[in-house]
Design a protein around this ligand. Sequence first.
Ligand code: NDP
Length: 613
Amino acid sequence: MTTPEAPSTEELAVLRQRYRDERERRVRPDGAAQYRDAETEFGYYAADPYAGEPAHRAPLQDSVDVAVIGGGFGGVLAGARMQQQGVRRVRIVEKGGGFGGTWYWNRYPGIHCDIEAHVYLPMLDETGYVPEWKYAPGEEIRRHAMRIAQKFNLYEDALFSTAVTSLTWDEASETWLVATDRGDTFRAGYVVTATGTLSDPKLPGITGIEDFSGHTFHTSRWDYAYTGGTPEGGLTGLAHKRVGVVGTGATGVQVIPMLARDAGHVYVFQRTPSSVDVRANCRTVPEDVGADRDGWAGERRDNFLGIISGEPVDKDLVADRWTSSAGLLEKLLPSFRRQGERKDFEAAYEIADAAKMNELRARVEQSVTDPHTAEKLKPWYRYACKRPTFSDQYYPAFNRDNVTLVDTADTHGIERVTENGVVVGDTTYEVDCLIFATGFSVGTSGILSGRLPVRGRGGAPLLHRWAQQGPRTLHGFTSNGFPNLIMMGSLQNASSVNFTHILDEQAVHGAALVAAAEAKGALIEPSREAEDAWMAVLAEDAPDHEWFHAECTPGYYNREGRGRPNGPTAYPHGAFAFHRFLRRWREKSLGEILQAKTSSAAAGSGPDQRKTG
Ligand code: NDP
């Protein structure tokens, strides 16, 4: 992991101290409580700016084979993989007015995915689609979600602008009763939850935020009626406006250059600078990515996952800044297989980390002409403390006369919002429009949030069952007492920066479970012993990352500075190995999770009415 510019021992000691000082400057006593939920506390964020008011429809009281909660890539892939297994009636229930999930809601100017499109967009082999760009714009990604949905007939049964409000297991029919906020109460043989991880926008609890009388919105609810233009730019409505942007995370880094180009003046309110690496976007040459061969996309995606999971691979097909920095991802997500002795690994890791961050700080100096502004834009923390970002337009935006960087680190963020502007230190910055690029509540959507009550066997609420010992699952997908419930996401399995790959493997797995249960006329339900055994697998070799995140700048990776607790939260050998493990388990052990139905339900009116292929 060493690089030619490896820092000396003395330089490392200086850096460690600098990082500690910067962290202390930023930690706030209120931690995660500093944020407010945009939807529940600011009603106007609950509206869907893209679909408008949903059309009236009669509530449904029918039956389907599978209900999927969430129409992002997780839900769409679950539906597609079910269809491939011959399960015909799949109903996706989605809050938004269409498919796409995060790509449905996030349509801000400049939106792209910074994971290479050829590995990020799933089912390229199956759909024959070749992305136009190495890093795809959001609209191309959203359209791809729609393409998959179209190909696998998922529109037919989908319910849009609808939120599931409860799931209740009905013992008599051995089916799930699904209730929604549109009055539906329908039955499903199986339920898949694919509710996403970054779906609830959050706002900082800044004093006076409600008093601002100018225009305001969150980046995930972009108001093009006000700004004019499209995600490609042309924001003519802002030409003579003073715009404030709060937040310089992955979203801020993409949106700020677009605002700089089109707005009268832009004030960037920064609390912690992101690390911003080279992006180098380019048009796709299909032969160069191997798209003239069958199976090219799957091979490329596995290659990427192998590299960022720390597996030895022969070649680097994607060859970008994610793959070249793969060694530094060990602390980012529980997805990296560490090679060698821990002590040696940590020493080499720190050197490589410092060299990388020095390179990124030098990039700021090379790109930003005003030395004072450049100094403020430098990230002083270890690479894996914050989500890395990638842009070739971000730093040059600060060389424009109409862009002002307002650093708020010393005041722990913006101090106050007034009727006309934003107060930082002694200065009030008057703005016409205030845009919040302040991110999302992490892990609050879906069944773990408590906002979607799930009652299993005997009416037991899922969160009660998990209250004492925490969540208990087999492979993160299924839980004892909750038959035919398949959970997708980041719970007790494995994750990766290329999350659509993770979701696709989960969808394949979920569909295989359903197909096996259908073939046997059985229920999917792990025993408690199987759950215990899985928890033991997770606990053994659980990575020791607590100390690392305790020393990091605050953010959602470390519960706003409180550290990331160790514990059996994920498969300890990385995502690549997890997928291999699941494939083997499906071949050899899948039968163990199938339980006999009670005879009354098997002969009754529930699942047997469903038609599966
Ligand atoms: P983040 O949570 O990453 O960033 C929020 C920003 O708001 C931070 O800069 C934060 O500062 C700032 N902020 C919060 N409160 C205040 C305050 N009171 N005053 C000043 N600043 C404040 O949200 P993003 O939407 O940027 O990104 C969320 C996630 O979405 C990413 O981590 C990534 O996983 C994903 N994403 C992926 C993209 C891709 O290309 N694949 C693109 C965009 C997003 P501080 O750091 O100090 O807390």
